[in-house]
Structure formats: structure tokens, C-alpha cells
Design a binder for this molecule. Sequence first.
Ligand code: S3P
Length: 172
Amino acid sequence: MNDNIFLIGFMGAGKSTVARCLHRCYGREMLEMDGVIEEREGMQISRIFETYGEEYFRRLETELLLELQERENLVISCGGGAPLRACNVEAMKKSGKVVFLTATPETVLERVRNSHDRPVIEQNKNAGFIAELMEQRREKYEAAADATVATDGRRPEEICGEIMEKILKFQN
Ligand code: S3P
């Protein structure tokens, strides 16, 4: 199975943690979109937003996803906004399967509370705002997903097992 695995979902849905686990347990090479973009730009995501604006960041995301069409056997932790653009989802589908990780607003809040590198929610770190934005995005996440996996209260190993089980079904 050489298909890439694209992990999508809201900020704090556990994409990075699960990607690390798929790397550890299934030997998948791991790539974190935000990490690659930060490295290339030489600055943190929040600084990119501040300096060049969100649209500039979204273009970088699209360029990176277009490059990834040529790669295989990766697990990619996507930025939470990546599946909102149809061309990004199209690029993901060209080389792999898309897995939507879900979490409740309360779980998300708990996971992002102490981080300060998420400009989209930095000024509004509360369950109400998170729930509203999540709801606005839900339709696009669901439309992009080949498989959906819940993360609330579960260990990464358990989540990875369910992902691999669901992904392998596409082989038959
Ligand atoms: C964003 C999510 C972030 C990062 C950027 C924008 C979003 O990634 O790409 O801050 O719009 O949801 P994570 O989902 O990895 O936090």
C-alpha cells in the first residue's frame, strides 16, 4: 500500500500525534505541513500570518500539496485549514487517502489551551468559538474524507489501528 495518508481535521484534533504514531508503529515517513512551511519560510506560522497575511499562507499550503502529489508512502499531518480549498483536496486525492480526525470542541480546547501558534483561534480560545468554526468547516471536512475516525479519549495506538484497518479496505 503506497498511497499517502492525509490526516485532516480541526486544530487540536490530534493530527500530529497520530502521524507520529503511524510513523512509529507502521514505519510511514511523516511530514507535517505546518513544519515544512515554517522551515521553508524561516518563521513560525503566527509570524507568517502577521507578516504576509493568511492568503499568503494558504498559497504556500496549496503549493506544498501540489508537490506532494509526486510522493508516496507518507503520512501527512495537514494544517486544519488545508481541506477548505477544493484544489487542495483534489491534490490529496491524487496520491492518497484522506482521513478525517474528529474531536469535540471541549477536547480541542483542552489540547490547544497552552499553545500560542494558532493565529485563527488565538484571540478566541473558548469552546463556543471553536464549536462555531468547527461547524462552519464540518461539511468540507466530511466531503474530503475517505474515512472518519474519532479521537476523544482514545490512545494514539488505538486510533492508528482503526485508520490502518479502514485504509486497507480500499485495497480490496
Ligand atoms: C489552521 C490550522 C493550523 C495552521 C494554521 C491555520 C487552520 O494547523 O495550519 O494556524 O486554519 O485551521 P493545525 O491544524 O495543525 O493546528
